[in-house]
Design a protein around this ligand. Structure first.
Ligand code: ATP
Length: 505
């Protein structure tokens, strides 16, 4: 699986999806740039989200708030005081780690021991191997399971109590060594705030201090009244936003899964207090359906949070089976009136609506759906990456292609003249002219057709259209479909409708 992930990462770079930022200077950690195909894929994901949220809901509107906000916003939201990760340094290597991640990596070692036992068991007992029974009775498995439970329990408690001394004790008790220096010479564990800050204008000091927003949601909360007044919407209604967020993540790994600069697609749905659970269920259901329209069902699961963050009374993650593990892709949170009430108190402005049934002013409750655009991009890329063996006469060949849903594919169709002669390029350009007003299409005339198909497969183009001599006679072209590799002829006049139907959701 690690190997698969490495292949996806290399593929992303080689075919113009994702590059390390400032690469000629060595690359900036956990910051990435999107190449020509990456930028197109990202835009298609954004458009898909915006259409599903704003266009399809008459009571949801979009906004585009600034990245810089008054620093009081982050005081009220709790980020100044509580948006922390536990951090620990190794005194010899001077390397910095997230204490909880060090401990989780240590737990993974016990899990690896269990997995090894299972593999041995399968080999030994063959067909009659009962894995459930084995896991429940094998003494080695039980010992390692017990260890995992104990450490997980202590870690969870230390995180919940924000008890940094307990975290340090756990690192010592687990006898964890620094992966770089191999020594166990650790500093105390301390809280590290993840917000980046800078100064606005020429004045230095606290007055001018601003943070780069660590989430887009607060831009929505502080505009609640502006939007309500200008749209005349009343709960239930939603405000949606796509924009950059910044977090000074301590552990930056797994490619674009955890970045320091990333984009979020968030929607806050303002509802009458008491109706929030019904809306929570509604959004939980709808958001998974949204993912499934462009992804395979077996890759997604719900993960309900038993203990929720300070601001929520219910929370669920939609998780995706990434090659490096099943991880959060999107969060759906019932945030109560936590944020609006906090801003109301600190700003002194009433953030309420007049409820005609209750005949009084009320602070609405909020259901939030929050998905990382880059993380969604990674899930789409991992889900699309396909290696296949194909029979070619008596030889088998490997084929690699990106099986994007046509709606998300960076390029919808590539147009090829069969040869560079006999006016075929001119005719192919003519076909391209017909399509380019509606779709992103590309033109290629270099190399044999087979090679051109391969290049388009590698970037996930769903359709290749070849103009040949017959085209000059009857105005039909060969359409080759990416996934099945099937080829069929279509009149040029039908191409627009054909592609249009395939790329719509
Ligand atoms: P995690 O537990 O992975 O750090 P989180 O619970 O802090 O994530 P939220 O604050 O709920 O995440 O953010 C909502 C969404 O934003 C996440 O589901 C994820 O898709 C995305 N996201 C959060 N942090 C990052 C990051 N550093 N890089 C890329 N995407 C991110």
């Amino acid at each position: 699986q690690d190997n698969l992930f490495q292949k996806v990462v290399s593929h992303a770079k080689e075919y113009g999806f994702v590059f390390p930022s400032s690469e000629i200077y060595g690359g900036l950690q956990a910051v990435y740039d999107y190449g020509s195909n990456g930028a197109a894929l990202k835009k298609n994901i954004k458009d898909y989200w915006w259409a599903a949220m704003v266009q399809m809901h008459e009571n949801i509107v979009g906004i585009d708030a600034a990245i810089f906000m008054d620093s009081q916003v982050w005081k009220a939201s709790g980020h100044v005081d509580a948006f922390n990760d536990p951090l620990v340094d190794n005194k010899d290597s001077k390397k910095r780690y997230r204490a909880d991640v060090l401990i989780e990596d240590h737990i993974a070692k016990y899990q690896a021991k269990i997995d090894k036992e299972v593999t041995k068991g399968k080999k030994k007992f063959g067909d009659g191997f009962d894995e459930v029974q084995f896991l429940a009775t094998n003494p080695n498995v039980l010992r390692n399971k017990g260890k995992i439970e104990e450490i997980e329990g202590r870690l969870k408690k230390a995180l919940e109590d924000e008890d940094m001394a307990a975290m340090k004790q756990l690192i010592e008790d687990c006898d964890i060594a620094c992966p770089i220096s191999g020594t166990k010479n650790w500093t105390e564990v301390r809280q590290f705030n993840l917000m980046f800050n800078t100064e606005l204008g020429a004045v230095a000091g606290d007055a001018a201090k601003v943070y780069l927003r660590p989430e887009t949601a607060q831009g929505i909360f502080v505009n609640f009244l502006n939007v309500m007044n200008t749209t005349r919407l009343r709960p239930p209604f939603g405000i949606a936003q796509i924009g950059k967020a910044f977090r000074n993540e301590i552990v930056a790994r797994q490619f674009i899964f955890r970045m320091r600069e990333f984009e979020q697609m968030e929607m806050q749905y303002f509802v009458k207090p008491g109706t929030e659970m019904q809306w929570y269920e509604y959004w939980k259901d709808l958001r998974l359906k949204w993912h499934l329209l462009v992804g395979s069902e077996e890759n997604y699961i719900y993960h309900d949070h038993l203990k929720t963050a300070h601001y929520a009374n219910a929370a669920v993650d939609i998780e995706f089976k990434f090659p490096f593990g099943t991880k959060e892709l999107e969060g759906i949170h019932s945030r109560t009136d936590f944020d609006l009430t906090a801003h109301q108190e600190l700003s002194g402005k009433k953030l309420q609506y007049f409820d005609t049934e209750l005949n009084k002013n009320v602070v609405p409750y909020v259901i939030e759906t929050s998905v990382g655009l880059d993380r969604m991009f990674l899930s789409v890329l991992c889900g699309a990456y396909t290696e296949e063996k194909i029979e070619d006469g008596d030889k088998t060949k490997e084929r690699t292609y990106l099986k994007f849903h046509p709606a998300l594919a960076p390029i919808k169709a590539a147009i090829f003249p069969l040869t560079k002669k006999d006016g075929l390029p001119d005719k192919a350009r003519e076909v391209m002219e017909e399509l380019k007003y509606d779709f992103t299409v590309s033109y290629e005339e270099k190399d044999a057709i087979g090679k051109r198909y391969t290049r388009q497969d590698l970037i996930g183009t769903p359709f290749c259209i070849t103009v040949d001599h017959q085209t000059l006679e009857d105005n039909t072209v060969t359409v080759r479909e990416r996934d099945t590799m099937e080829q069929f002829r279509l009149p040029v006049s039908e191409l627009n409708k054909f592609i249009g139907e395939k790329v719509s959701l």
